[in-house]
Structure formats: structure tokens, C-alpha cells
Design a protein around this ligand. Structure first.
Ligand code: IDP
Length: 132
């Protein structure tokens, strides 16, 4: 069994999508092993997204992700990282197929509803950042 880190972003929380998003992971067969509603400070946001530091949208991303509460989760299951990314869909909702969370609920890459770790190493790192 593998763990991954998934987070409903401020747009998903404010739109009342936590329940529907959690249900999708439960229906797929994931176990929720930890979860919390929390608000990121800029330090945590910049640390989480440090690999994007040089991107032109970095400031906008940090503003957005700190703009309201997020719902952070640790999910456990077989091939958790890859299976969660499949449910989440492509980074840009325009490319995300219907049936994925971003494909069904989002239209804009800057507010794409949900985060999911993209590798086993990043899952470990992100779980450590949010749950310690
Ligand atoms: P991921 O979230 O699918 O792993 P990353 O490339 O790691 O994709 O990007 C992290 C987050 O940065 C995205 O989920 C999105 O919120 C934001 N982002 C990515 N590209 C853009 C952009 O061109 N404009 C604004 N925000 C972006």
C-alpha cells in the first residue's frame, strides 16, 4: 500500500465541493488515513510549490493557495500516487477529460480545484509538510 497527499484548494472548498471530491476517492477504494481543514501561510505555500519558484505565475499561485481554507488529506491505496492523479485529471482543466475532478469541476488552470502529489517522493515530502 502506498500513501499520497491530496488537497482541495480554496476554490474547491468555497464552492462546497469537499464532500463530492472525498466521495470520489472513497468510491475508488482509497482509505483516508488523515485529513484536516487548514489555511496555508505564505511560507508553507512557497515551500510546497518551490519547484515552480521561477515561473511567472508563482506569485499568483501563492496568493491563490493562501486565499482561504484548504482541505488536506493523506490517502492510502494501491499505486496511490498514480491512481489519485488519474482521478484528478490534467493540470489544465481544458485538457482534463470528463469524469476527472478537474474535467468535471474546473475551467481555469489558475484555479483547478485540487492538488495531488506527482511522485512517491513528493507525496512523502508533502505529507511531512502538512501533517507533522
Ligand atoms: P499539478 O498541480 O497538476 O501537479 P504543476 O505543474 O505542479 O501541476 O502546477 C502546480 C499548480 O500551479 C497547478 O495545479 C496550478 O494551480 C498552478 N499553475 C500551473 N500552471 C499555471 C499557469 O500557467 N497559470 C497559473 N497557475 C498555474
Amino acid at each position: 500500500m502506498e500513501k499520497t497527499f491530496v488537497m482541495v484548494k480554496p476554490d474547491g472548498v468555497s464552492r462546497g465541493l469537499i464532500g463530492r471530491i472525498v466521495a470520489r476517492f472513497e468510491e475508488k477504494g482509497f482509505a483516508i488515513v488523515d485529513a484536516k481543514l487548514t489555511q496555508l501561510d505564505r511560507q508553507l505555500a512557497e515551500s510546497h510549490y518551490e519547484h515552480l519558484h521561477s515561473k511567472p505565475f508563482f506569485g499568483e499561485l501563492v496568493d491563490f493557495i493562501t486565499s482561504g481554507p484548504v482541505f488536506a488529506m493523506v490517502l492510502e491505496g494501491k499505486d496511490a500516487v498514480q491512481n489519485a492523479r488519474s482521478i484528478i485529471g490534467a493540470t489544465n482543466p481544458t485538457d482534463a477529460i470528463a469524469g476527472t475532478i478537474r474535467g468535471d469541476y474546473a475551467t481555469d488552470v489558475a484555479s483547478n480545484i485540487i492538488h495531488g502529489s506527482d511522485s512517491y517522493e513528493n507525496a512523502e515530502r508533502e505529507i511531512g509538510l502538512y501533517f507533522h
